[in-house]
Design a binder for this molecule. Sequence first.
Ligand SMILES: [Ca+2]
Length: 210
Amino acid sequence: MKHATFGIAGIILLVAGLAVAPARVHASPGAQSPPAPHERHCVANVAPAGVNLSNWNPDVRCFDTFSEAISAATGGRVNLPPDFHAGDLTPELLDSLLAASPPPASTGATPAFSTVVGIDWEYINFQGITYTWTTDHTAGCTDGTNYITPSMPSGWDNIVSSARGYQGCNTYIHYEDPSYGGAQINCDGGSKCATMGVMDNQTSSERWQP
Ligand SMILES: [Ca+2]
């Protein structure tokens, strides 16, 4: 009897938790108490090569989970389980998830800045916190467009230890110095940069190319 009572209480708590958690997340994702920087997954918009960077707004947004970051990065089209392992999001999986969730029929348009072109990870083998880079150009790199960031976002200089390019950005270059100087490594959309050799924890600028 004691066990039965505990079981029911547990179920009630579980149901209550499920009912509350999504509402809190959707109500105001930016208003949650900010965790330590090392628990955050951020999203920012890359600049197409050639744009005037003095006018560029990367619109950095950070979240508690990778799932929330990818939802933001895809304009709400891809909603991964809250405990999804970020390293499992290959370009092929992202493409299939996007294909299964087309843009809202009401507009027929993909939301702005919701095409992922690259993800950086804090640790080797696609582990730890992430930085997801997006563009409003839905073709990504597939039509030859290049993208750049001449420096790394706050907290991410000399941090990247693994990376993948998405949406045709199969030459995802990580440079040792700001503004594309020093040593470099060309990452791809697969596991080439599961580790980054001499470029481990050295990235200070990046470029995306087909
Ligand atoms: Ca560096």
